[in-house]
Design a protein around this ligand. Structure first.
Ligand SMILES: Cc1ncc(COP(=O)(O)O)c(C=O)c1O
Length: 393
C-alpha cells in the first residue's frame, strides 16, 4: 500500500546545521559551525540534578513548571528589568527556547496571518510560521559603516525601521525580534525600542521577543529587554534559553513570559505539545539561579573568546564584522573569492579544516553577503587552531 503523505513543510530545505556538522566530523575539521559551547556545564549544577533525581523528583512537574523555579525566574526578571510578572500565571518553563517559540506561534497565528521576521534570521522562525498557516514577511537588516573610538572603520548591521514599517499591513499579527541577534550580533538600542513602539502602538500586533543571548553583550553595549518597557510588555511574549545561559543546550530548557491573558492562550497549546519539562532539571536550575555570578560573568567570559579569536586572525584575508553580542563572529571573505557562501563554507571545511555557517541560509532570498558565521563559544586552544587554519587561506 502506498501512503499518500503530504509534507507540511514542502519546499523548506533541511537545516544547514547538521549538514555542516556532518562535514566537520567527516573531515576532522575544527567545528565553529553549530552554536553550542565547547565546554561542559558546571559540576555543581550536574550534582544538583543528581541530588534531585535521588531525592525522588522524577514525576511530572506542573504544566507551567515547578513553582520555585517560576518564582526565582520572575524575581530575576524583576531585578534585571524592573518588571514583575506573576509566577503563578505569567511564566511557563519550556523545552528550550525552540519549543517556546513554536508554542507562541501555534497559539496565536491563524491561517493567513502575517508575521514580520527580520533577516538574516534564526532558522526556526520562518518554518514555524508556515507550519501554522501564517505568512512570513521578511525585512532585512542593513549594513552600516561606523567609526570606533580609535577612528577605525567598522561594518555593523542595523534595523531598517522604514522598511519594517512598510511591511506592516492589516494582516500583520506578530513581529519577531531577536536581541542580541543571531547571526549578526546586532543589539537593540533605545532608538530601536522607540521605533518598535511607533510601529506597534494603536495596533493588534503581538511582539515575540527572542532574548536567548541576554547575558552575552560586549564593549559598552547593554541588553535592552522588552521587559523594561511596560507598554511593550503588555503585548509581548519574551523567550529565554536556560541552555544558552548555563552551557546546557542538550538539556532543552527554556522559559517564556507573557501577561496573563496571553499566557492562558500559550498554555492551551503547551499542554498538548509537551505538557511539562523534566522535573529534576527544574529543581536543580532553581537552586543554581541563585548563583548570580554564573550569568553575570558570561559577557566577560565570551568577550575574552571573541577578542582572542579576532586577534588570532590578525593579518588574515578575512575581515571581521563588529559583534556586540551573542557568541558568533561574522567574517567577510570577499578579499578571497566571489564564490557563493554555501560552496565556500563547504570548501573551507573539506580542504582547510574549519567549519562555519554560511549567512545566506538566514535570508529569504538567499542574499550573498560573502559572510560566514563562526561560533566562538569554544576553548581558546580550539579557537587558536581554527584561526591558524584560516590564516593559511
Ligand atoms: C536566536 C536563537 N533563538 C533560539 C534558539 C534556541 O534555543 P534553545 O536551544 O534553548 O532551544 C537559538 C539557538 O541557537 C538561537 O540562536
Amino acid at each position: 500500500m502506498e501512503l499518500n503523505i503530504q509534507r507540511k513543510l514542502q519546499g523548506i530545505p533541511p537545516s544547514i546545521f547538521p549538514i555542516m556538522t556532518g562535514l566537520a566530523n567527516q573531515y576532522n575539521a575544527v567545528n565553529l559551525a553549530q552554536g553550542f559551547p565547547g565546554f561542559d556545564a558546571d559540576k555543581d549544577l550536574i550534582q544538583l540534578v543528581n541530588h534531585y533525581m535521588l531525592a525522588g523528583k522524577n514525576q511530572y512537574a506542573p504544566m507551567q513548571g515547578v513553582p520555585i523555579l517560576r518564582e526565582r525566574l520572575c524575581a530575576k526578571m524583576d531585578e534585571q528589568n524592573g518588571y514583575s510578572y506573576a509566577p503563578d500565571s505569567e511564566i511557563c518553563i519550556t523545552a528550550g527556547a525552540t519549543q517556546a517559540i513554536f508554542t507562541v506561534v501555534s497559539a496565536v497565528i491563524k491561517k493567513g496571518d502575517e508575521v514580520i521576521i527580520i533577516d538574516p534570521s534564526f532558522d526556526c522562525y520562518d518554518p514555524v510560521v508556515r507550519f501554522n498557516g501564517g505568512i512570513p514577511i521578511r525585512s532585512a537588516l542593513k549594513k552600516v559603516k561606523t567609526l570606533d573610538s580609535n577612528g577605525s572603520q567598522h561594518i555593523i548591521f542595523s534595523y531598517d525601521w522604514k522598511d519594517i514599517q512598510s511591511k506592516v499591513s492589516k494582516k500583520t499579527r506578530m513581529i519577531i525580534i531577536n536581541t542580541p541577534q543571531n547571526p549578526t550580533g546586532t543589539v537593540f538600542n533605545k532608538r530601536d525600542i522607540q521605533e518598535l513602539r511607533k510601529i506597534v502602538q494603536h495596533s493588534n500586533v503581538i511582539i515575540l521577543s527572542d532574548e536567548v543571548y541576554e547575558h552575552i553583550v560586549f564593549d559598552d553595549c547593554s541588553h535592552e529587554s522588552i521587559g523594561k518597557y511596560p507598554d511593550l510588555v503588555e503585548r509581548s511574549f519574551i523567550v529565554y534559553s536556560l541552555g544558552k545561559t548555563y552551557h546546557t543546550t542538550g538539556w532543552r530548557m527554556g522559559y517564556v513570559f507573557a501577561p496573563k491573558p496571553m499566557m492562558e492562550c500559550f498554555m492551551r497549546a503547551h499542554q498538548y505539545q509537551v505538557y511539562a519539562v523534566p522535573t529534576p532539571l527544574q529543581y536543580a536550575i532553581a537552586d543554581y539561579t541563585l548563583k548570580k555570578d554564573k550569568y553575570l560573568e558570561l559577557s566577560a567570559f565570551f568577550q575574552e573568546r571573541r577578542d582572542y579569536f579576532v586577534q588570532c586572525l590578525d593579518g588574515s584575508k578575512f575581515k571581521s564584522i563588529s559583534c556586540p553580542g551573542t557568541y558568533f563572529q561574522l567574517l567577510d571573505y570577499s578579499a578571497i573569492t566571489k564564490e557563493n557562501d554555501v560552496d565556500f563554507a563547504k570548501w573551507l571545511t573539506k580542504t582547510k579544516g574549519v567549519a562555519s555557517i554560511p549567512i545566506s541560509v538566514f535570508y529569504e532570498d538567499k542574499k550573498q553577503d560573502n559572510l560566514l558565521r563562526f561560533c566562538f563559544a569554544k576553548d581558546l586552544e580550539e579557537l587558536e587552531k581554527g584561526a591558524e587554519r584560516l590564516l593559511k587561506v
